[in-house]
Design a protein around this ligand. Structure first.
Ligand code: NDP
Length: 286
């Protein structure tokens, strides 16, 4: 039989993308399973997104990821949007079915998978506090609501954004999602089972920054999670650990959202340990 040199193609479209480590973990997964697939990291300015997607169709890409600033803008170029991605209002993963591009959002699902698998917490019936009202907070709040959380409290600096997100997601999911302004230090109460920093506070190069949160009132089992993955060891998580609270870092969300994408594209179970190791190496934390 002649050799088949033609690879199946995937891509990530964003700007900037230079430091996006997703390609490293997807390529490591292809190697592990012996798949002749390639993942290209492509810089696409906003004005070129439509052309990039036409190119993806022309090249027969099996799918692609979207990162900053394309997660919302991409919606109008797709053939179908999964219900949870529609509620979130953003797509980070596109898969191809025949000639149709279908938009998914794996960010919140990846987060929840980490909460269940790595931290052993089932969000059903639990009360969550989500710090932030940007894309990550929106995806996480939606999936928590769809997973049966008893309540999601959104705490955000900009009141308009936080209140609008809480009202929108409450009406879309039927879950009690409330907003509370973030003035000064936010004091956690013993009612919360899960606290998530879904802001960009602590992200490189401001790695010493810490969300203004007082954890003293937390109950001892409250899970403290951070979406920031660069660096994965944030001062916020370090403070929680110092108080003896269980923690979950942003690498968990990043690897599981990628693993869900891998399964959607290839139909194979993702080699999660290999992907995690590749990510840690790419980020210099192996
Ligand atoms: P957005 O820009 O959409 O939202 C940023 C949020 O952070 C806003 O709610 C903003 O509040 C808040 N914020 C930023 N700075 C401050 C500050 N100094 N004080 C208070 N609030 C602040 O970003 P994303 O939601 O897309 O990303 C947020 C983080 O999530 C990033 O670090 C990103 O890397 C990470 N992320 C991680 C993923 C993973 O897999 N681990 C996946 C996706 C994202 P305001 O509304 O008031 O401006």
């Amino acid at each position: 039989m002649p050799a088949n040199f033609k690879a199946e193609l995937l891509a990530c479209f964003g700007q900037p993308v230079d430091e996006n480590p997703t390609g490293r973990m997807q390529e490591a997964a292809f190697r592990e399973l012996g798949l002749n697939w390639r993942y290209l990291t492509v810089e696409v300015p906003p004005a070129n997104l439509r052309d990039a997607i036409l190119g993806a169709r022309a090249f027969g890409l099996r799918g692609f990821n979207l990162t900053i600033p394309h997660k919302v803008a991409v919606l109008k170029y797709l053939d179908e949007i999964a219900p949870d991605a529609a509620a979130i209002g953003a797509v980070n993963t596109v898969r191809r079915e025949g000639s149709r591009f279908i938009g998914e959002n794996t960010d919140g699902k990846g987060f929840l998978h980490g909460v269940r698998t790595d931290a052993g917490l089932d969000p059903r019936g639990r009360r969550a506090v989500v710090l932030g009202a940007g894309g990550a907070a929106r995806a996480i709040s939606t999936e928590l609501a769809l997973a049966g959380a008893a309540e999601v409290l959104v705490v955000n600096r900009s009141p308009e954004r936080g209140a609008a997100m809480a009202a929108d997601l409450a009406s879309k999911t039927g879950c009690p999602i409330r907003y509370e302004p973030w003035r000064g230090v936010y004091r956690v109460t013993s009612a919360a089972d899960l606290l998530v920093n879904a802001t960009s506070i602590g992200l490189f190069p401001d790695a010493a920054a810490m969300p203004p949160v007082d954890l003293a009132g937390a109950h001892p089992g409250m899970l403290v999670a951070d979406v920031v993955f660069n660096p994965p060891e944030t001062p916020f998580l370090a403070a929680a650990r110092k108080l003896g609270l269980p923690t979950l870092d942003g690498l968990s969300m990043l690897v599981y959202q990628g693993a869900i994408g891998f399964r959607l594209w290839t139909g194979r179970e993702a080699p999660v340990a290999v992907m995690k190791a590749a990510l840690a190496q790419a980020l210099g934390v192996a």
